[in-house]
Ligand binder design. Structure first.
Ligand SMILES: Cc1cc2nc3c(=O)[nH]c(=O)nc-3n(C[C@H](O)[C@H](O)[C@H](O)COP(=O)(O)OP(=O)(O)OC[C@H]3O[C@@H](n4cnc5c(N)ncnc54)[C@H](O)[C@@H]3O)c2cc1C
Length: 342
């Protein structure tokens, strides 16, 4: 049986950042990812100036947007900053770049390996040839996304869940748009995030307020009004867990979506995943490390979850709350970068 200091389940941004930081410090780490290709995750690929834009190589950036366009039922606003507020990346390219960094640091990455069972300091996985293998570890990091096996192993429920639907269509579009149409998307929203040669058109809503079928139907209807016929484009959808209940549970850790660190309001989760993966690595290396950025994200996250909870009561309350948020953005009382991005 192989033995590792740390086993990480999940090769998304949380797992890869954790693996790179641990390996760079000389920790013997293995990462297991069920998909054959790292990075093939349904996502709009939006990253923020406060988060990742300045940390990734320039050639990974698809498009940059210093200007944001927000449409609500009653208002239409546009705001601009000198630097890009949001940029888009291709998740496969981001994943490849992060994986190369982790491998260069000395991490062992095994793709095509589905972890099906966790026990005390051991796990069993099945590789792409359907052969089962077991390995042992001192510490386990669950970076296995919103339906985390590690979270279930710990017995931690995930009740606050969002649903994101994405259509990646070929073509070009000039501006980045957010559509807070409460009659179609409730407390959620639809987006248009242009990439270099394609456009991400999608919608996000909390599962408790809108079932995924209704969200999909609303998205298709709305997209047609913006001139996009997505009805025959493959639908890609995934859950986004924002039910944060901690990240350290003895020698078992939860990072990124597994920990519920995405924003329940915007669905942003790439940067929280990377930051939490990195902070967990630092805490494994030095248990005295305070991991203040996780605490900071969790505090912002609680505010976002509160807004969602209030808006989720639906009807006029949802519309008034949404319009107030847009008005506060318009009057620059709420700063998009400070308050809304993670
Ligand atoms: C439609 C949509 C659009 C989005 N758009 C944005 C956006 O524009 N910007 C943004 O910041 N966020 C966005 N998000 C959220 C973002 O994608 C996630 O928050 C982010 O990917 C979380 O990273 P993670 O590493 O925690 O988990 P993931 O990226 O989900 O990675 C988890 C990995 O674990 C693997 N795994 C799971 N179970 C097992 C197992 N048993 N064995 C082995 N491997 C396993 C999975 O295959 C996966 O690769 C979007 C989400 C959706 C659904």
């Amino acid at each position: 049986m192989n033995r590792f200091d740390v086993a990480i389940i999940g090769g998304g941004p949380a797992g890869l950042s954790c693996a790179a930081a641990l390996a760079a410090a000389g920790v013997k780490v293995v990462l297991l990812e069920r998909k054959k290709n790292i990075g093939s995750k349904v996502c709009a690929g939006g990253i923020t100036w406060h988060g990742l834009i300045r940390q990734v190589p320039a050639d990974l950036i698809q498009r940059t947007f210093p200007e944001q366009h927000i449409f609500s039922n009653w208002q239409r606003i546009r705001f601009k900053k000198p630097d890009p507020i949001i940029a888009t990346v291709n998740r496969k390219e981001l994943g490849r770049w992060m994986m190369e960094k982790a491998v260069r640091s000395g991490a062992e990455i095994r793709t095509g390996c589905y972890v099906r069972e966790i026990a005390h300091r051991t796990l069993t996985a099945v590789n792409e040839h359907c052969s089962a293998f077991t390995l042992s570890f001192d510490q386990l990091v669950g970076a296995d996304g919103s339906t985390s096996l590690v979270r279930r192993f710990l017995g931690i429920p995930a009740e606050k869940i969002g649903v994101g639907i994405n259509y990646q269509v070929e073509g070009a579009y000039e501006q980045m748009e957010w559509h807070l149409n409460t009659s179609l998307f409730g407390s959620g929203y639809a987006w248009i995030f242009p990439h270099r040669q394609s456009i991400s058109i999608g919608a996000y809503a909390t599962r408790g307020t809108m079932n995924p079928d209704r969200l999909k139907a609303s998205l298709i209807t709305w997209a047609a009004t913006r001139g996009f016929d997505v009805a025959n484009t493959p639908t890609r959808a995934e859950f986004i867990n924002y039910d944060f209940r901690g990240y350290q549970f003895g020698t078992t850790w939860l990072a990124g979506d597994a920990a519920g660190l995405a924003s329940g309001l915007t669905g942003e989760g790439i940067n929280p995943a990377i930051v939490s993966g990195n902070e967990i690595a630092r805490k494994i290396i030095d248990p005295g490390h305070r991991a203040e950025s996780i605490a900071g994200m969790a505090a912002k996250h609680r505010k976002h979850a509160k807004i969602v909870e209030l808006a989720a009561r639906g009807g006029l309350r949802c519309t008034l709350l949404t319009e107030t948020l847009v008005l506060l953005l318009r009057l620059k009382i709420v700063d998009f970068q400070q308050e809304l991005s993670m």
